[in-house]
Ligand binder design. Structure first.
Ligand code: ATP
Ligand code: MG
Length: 443
């Protein structure tokens, strides 16, 4: 290459070279580089935060997913991917819940979500499933989430959490059984007293029969002559009838208590709530605390109150409610047990209220009475388990147990169960708020 050609090339190169950067440009470039560094650090930080939250959600031992207002799945945790009913996150995200959980009735599922979107309140359900082979119990919680800062009250998403509570349920059943046995122990004195009376009558009748029999063998004397000689009078057939009646009474008492004590699996039968009230009051008659108050019943007279469930468990619930009412009342006070039919929008329900005029429950404690081990009773007088067990049992029946009270004026505990053929209710959802009406004001 000639020297002139080389210098031409050099001129051409120098003509495309950028002019040297000014100080301001250099500062700007340095700032941009700095911002790029900050941005990538922020992106990294956000990715880490996202990963952290995903890990938290994935580490939970419960199934969790989130749907938006179009019912599209926006989050689906690892637990929902595992097990026989697991569905991969890839298949779930972005689809509607109806497409993904296509085996569940879409209308019911939609109604459950709509209730949370509309009410803004958490809903809880229990369900039994045999999908994994053995019978398992799940608790489903649908929790409202609000993401829109402009409309802070709007529920933008619903978080669904599914917990396998089979073991917890079994433990609760065992505790319920021991509570029942403890109650039975307390009843023992009352029962002895109760059985003693008919036994004394039986003993007196059989002694009279024995004396009459011996006398009859000795002589052919008349009833009047026997009376004159100190042998008790009485028609033997009548005495035998009294013995039989009293034996039946003892049998009834013992049978009632055995039925109450025996552990049994939860049954699903059509039962009449009025019969539940009657059976509870029967058992209560033999309880020492049952004699301290007067329990008045006001039963639905329009007909039976049919629900699906287990009569023994419901007797246990009502018994616990009435015993609590007795504990809160002074001797001789009145307790009203009322049963009635309720209409819940399109579905029907049946309710039992236990109303007392006892010391009541302070407002700030009312939410806590259903907590396990919450008790205001002296040590040895209460375990604090009664109401938590009742709450679980009523929920298992698809119903709701609630309480309201006025300090110094008494309390109302209300158990509402879906009528036979109606769908289960949800906590906080289907039941209007309960207000205690003092008995004195109501009558
Ligand atoms: N009818 C009522 N009136 C006033 N307080 C009540 C009534 N029912 C329940 N409570 C309050 O709720 C608490 C919890 O009741 P719960 O039945 O769970 O336990 P407990 O009665 O204390 O003990 P347990 O039933 O296990 O013997 C009671 O200690 C009492 O303070
Ligand atoms: Mg109690």
């Amino acid at each position: 290459m000639s020297s002139s050609a080389a210098s031409e090339e050099g001129d051409a190169r120098s003509s495309v070279m950028p002019p040297p950067a000014t100080e301001a440009e250099q500062a700007l470039r340095a700032r941009i580089a700095e911002l790029e560094g900050e941005l990538s650090a922020r992106v990294h930080e956000l990715a880490e935060q996202r990963r952290f939250i995903e890990r938290v959600v994935d580490s939970l031992p419960v199934g969790l997913y989130v749907v938006d207002r179009d019912y599209r799945i926006q989050a689906w945790n690892h637990k929902r991917e595992t097990g026989l009913q697991g569905i991969s996150r890839k298949r779930a995200l972005g689809r509607t819940i109806f497409e993904v959980l296509h085996r569940q009735p879409a209308a019911l599922l939609k109604r459950e979500f709509d209730e949370v979107f509309a009410s803004g309140r958490m809903q809880q359900f229990q369900m039994e499933s045999r999908a994994t082979g053995d019978a398992r119990t799940y608790r489903l919680s649908k929790i409202p989430m609000r993401l829109d800062d402009q409309q802070p009250r709007l529920v933008t998403h619903v978080i669904t959490i599914g917990e396998d509570i089979t073991d917890w349920r079994a433990a609760l059943d065992r505790t319920a059984q021991s509570e029942k046995l403890a109650a039975l122990g307390q009843m023992a004195t009352g029962v002895m007293h109760e059985v003693n009376n008919p036994l004394a009558t039986i003993a007196a009748c059989s002694e009279t029969l024995g004396l009459q029999w011996a006398d009859a063998i000795r002589s052919e004397s008349t009833n009047a002559e026997r009376g004159a000689r100190g042998v008790p009078a009485g028609d033997p057939m009548e005495l035998l009838r009294i013995i039989d009646l009293e034996v039946q009474r003892c049998k009834g008492i013992v049978q009632g208590l055995l039925d109450f004590a025996r552990p049994k699996p939860l049954r699903h039968e059509s039962i009449d709530l009025n019969a539940v009230v009657r059976q509870t009051l029967f058992v209560l008659q033999h309880h020492p605390r049952g004699k301290l108050v007067s329990v008045v019943t006001e039963l639905e007279s329009a007909g039976p109150l049919m629900v699906q469930g287990d009569a023994d468990r419901l007797v246990q619930v009502l018994m616990a409610l009435v015993l609590n009412a007795i504990d809160a009342s002074s001797d001789g006070a009145r307790i009203v047990v009322r049963s009635y039919a309720l209409s819940q929008g399109t579905s029907a329900a049946c309710a039992i209220d236990v109303v007392d005029e006892g010391h009541g429950i302070a407002h700030d404690l009312q939410a806590r009475v259903f907590e396990p081990f919450f008790t205001t009773k002296a040590p040895g007088r209460g375990t604090g388990l009664g109401l938590s067990i009742c709450y679980g049992l009523v929920m298992e029946h698809g119903g709701v147990l609630s309480a309201d009270s006025l300090v110094g004026q008494g309390s109302t505990f209300r158990m509402v169960l879906p009528a036979d053929g109606s769908p289960p209710m949800t906590a906080g959802g289907s039941v209007p708020r309960l207000s205690h009406v003092p008995l004195a004001a109501a009558t």
